[in-house]
Design a protein around this ligand. Structure first.
Ligand SMILES: Cc1ncc(COP(=O)(O)O)c(C=O)c1O
Length: 376
């Protein structure tokens, strides 16, 4: 989508293409980021660009642990944290550590499309389960799908692409179900929580941490979205301090960070984010964009669940064939992504982490498509 967008912009001119297809945040990192970067450049630490422990700098891991302790009420230490090359890097390290050939990993559609590739990278088999009409995992479907070969369940809330935020009650019931299945099969099932959007939540909702509800939980996240640093590849893995396999898993994460060739997360960024654990881009700004686009699209007749987090919305496609509808929008120079790319045909994803001019410019195309398919 990134490359196709670039081609269309060259052909029609940047200002005539309304690219709502990718989650590349338009916002610049918060001012604290450049202050911290400047401070480091002006006061370099001795050896700050050298190799380090594969897990990352102890001071950065301790800062992440302190922030997590604050957010969850559970005591984390640096020994529960491994710094990673973004959420994508973190997921690959975790999956390489836990998967044996043929192990099953359960995900819920719609889901971030790279999960399938990451699971495949490490010999696992993806099992995709449906969600309900509000994009919440169906626990009865999960109960039926877990087998003796199930190694992990991946959840992603706030969700890409639906914007859904899971409730504490849902996470609690999920934890209960996984415990029940663990004892039924005598296995260990890991709950991998992809929290790339944890800090981007609207309407005053609070994010319920998974750690309070399941001991075998592993959080993977990054500062790609909350500090708008996707190109810098900085994130982390956090393991529940009381997980029964904690030592073995942490050893695995550290070893796999090395053998996957990451070696360690980028040094400079580890120094920078150490003091930014409490900082986030303006969520109010994203909420304004959500309200603007959601209001207009619903008024035009598009049908969708109001997103509560992340920076995507996932309307129903007015045509059964979501690819055909995305092509229709493209004729009006509006770029979106078909739902089938997320395991949910019949929908399309709109990314609103773009500037206001792009959002405003896209409305005409959405309107023409709405009129053509009699939504209004
Ligand atoms: C749900 C989800 N997980 C992981 C990632 C990858 O994030 P990162 O850039 O930190 O690797 C993304 C990126 O868009 C995402 O949407």
């Amino acid at each position: 989508m990134f490359e196709e967008g670039a081609i269309l912009k060259r052909r029609w001119g940047e200002e005539n293409v309304f690219d709502l297809s990718i989650g590349n945040p338009v916002m610049e990192p918060p001012v604290e980021f450049s202050q911290e970067l400047k401070r480091l450049v002006e006061n370099p630490l001795p050896g700050m660009h050298r190799y380090m422990e594969n897990a990352g700098y102890p001071e950065t891991r301790a800062a992440v642990a302190a922030q997590l302790s604050l957010e969850t009420g559970i005591k984390f230490s640096m020994n529960d944290i491994v710094m990673a090359c973004g959420t994508g890097g973190a997921l690959n390290v975790v999956l390489k550590t836990i998967l044996n050939q043929g192990d099953e990993v359960i995900v819920f559609a719609p889901y971030f499309m790279e999960y399938g590739n990451y699971i495949d990278n490490h010999g696992g088999c993806i099992k995709v389960l449906p969600t309900d009409e509000r994009f919440m995992p169906k626990l009865d479907a999960l109960e039926a799908a877990i087998t003796a070969k199930t190694k992990a369940v991946i959840i992603n809330s706030p969700n890409n692409p639906s914007g859904a935020v899971y409730s504490e009650d849902l996470i609690h019931r999920l934890g209960e179900l996984l415990r029940k299945k663990e004892s039924q099969y005598g296995i260990q099932i890991f709950l991998i929580s992809d929290e790339a959007y944890r800090k981007i939540i609207y309407d005053g909702l609070k994010y319920p941490p998974v750690f309070g509800h399941y001991l075998q939980s592993i959080v993977v996240t990054s500062h790609s979205k909350d500090l708008a640093l996707p190109g810098e590849r900085i994130g982390y893995i956090a393991m529940h301090p009381n997980c029964s396999l904690r030592e073995e898993l942490m050893g695995g994460f550290i070893f796999c960070t090395r053998t996957l060739g990451y070696v360690n997360a980028p040094a400079l960024m580890q120094h920078v984010v150490r003091n930014l654990q409490h900082v986030t881009v303006s969520v109010a700004e994203y909420q304004k964009k959500r309200d603007f686009l959601y209001g207009h699209l619903v008024e035009m007749g598009y049908s969708m669940i109001k997103p509560q987090g992340a920076f995507y919305m996932f309307p129903k496609s007015p045509l059964e064939d979501d690819v055909a509808f995305v092509n229709e929008l493209r004729q009006w120079h509006v770029l979106t992504v078909p739902g089938r790319g997320f395991g949910s045909p019949g929908y399309f994803r709109v990314s609103y982490c773009v500037d206001d001019k792009t959002l405003e410019g896209s409305l005409a195309g959405f309107k023409r498509a709405a009129q053509k398919f009699n939504l209004c």
